[in-house]
Design a protein around this ligand. Structure first.
Ligand SMILES: Nc1nc2c(ncn2[C@@H]2O[C@H](COP(=O)(O)OP(=O)(O)OP(=O)(O)O)[C@@H](O)[C@H]2O)c(=O)[nH]1
Length: 174
């Protein structure tokens, strides 16, 4: 490897990826911003999650401090982004599989917290891919189901034939 590739860089600002998902007979394109976790870039992260419909708040399953920092972001989202569904995501589950003693965050404590904030909870691994697809599938399903529910309960109703309807421009294609 060229020497430069041996370094791992912190996310600065944010990285973006689009992921096309199927939910029943619908296709949903998720626009995913991976924002910087470091407090140093806190103000910048805010720019990216403004108006988000879902947030995956990650913490390291082996590091209790990271769970405390995740709670900070949950509070931020609850205060600033009313329509944003929250998903808690414990990362590096492969390390726990190797050695259970590495768990730094008790599962039941997180589950209680998830219930309290009405969030879904996933324990994932980027290394093995465990539960990653399930997590994004749930995000897409909730988006479709929740949007449909919103349309049904709109006071005035929504005319989907109207080109300037905000629903027409949502990421949800039929
Ligand atoms: N064993 C294991 N290590 C992981 C996993 N995910 C990330 N890592 C390691 O943890 C370190 C940090 O991973 P990142 O994904 O860059 O962390 P991040 O939270 O995005 O960091 P920022 O970009 O600073 O926000 C790296 O050394 C990764 O190799 C995982 O699922 N399993």
């Amino acid at each position: 490897l060229p020497p430069l590739l041996l370094f791992r860089f912190q996310t600065i600002g944010a990285a973006f990826v689009a992921k096309v998902m199927s939910v029943g007979d619908q296709t949903v394109t998720l626009g995913i911003w991976d924002t910087a976790g470091s407090e140093r870039y806190e103000a910048m992260s805010r720019i990216y999650y403004r108006g988000a419909r879902a947030a995956v708040v990650c913490y390291d399953l082996t590091d209790s401090g990271s769970f405390q920092r995740a709670k900070f972001w949950v509070n931020e989202l609850q205060n600033c982004e009313e329509g944003c569904r929250i998903y808690l995501c414990g990362t590096k589950s492969d390390l726990l599989e190797e050695d259970r003693r590495k768990r730094g965050v008790d599962f039941h404590d997180v589950q209680d917290y998830a219930d309290e904030i009405k969030a879904d909870l996933f324990e994932t691994s980027s290394k093995t891919g465990q539960s990653v697809d399930e997590l994004f599938q749930k995000v897409a399903e909730d988006y479709v189901n929740f949007s449909a529910f919103q349309v049904m309960t709109e006071d005035k109703g929504v005319n989907l034939g109207q080109r300037n309807s905000p629903y027409f421009y949502s990421c949800c294609h039929h």
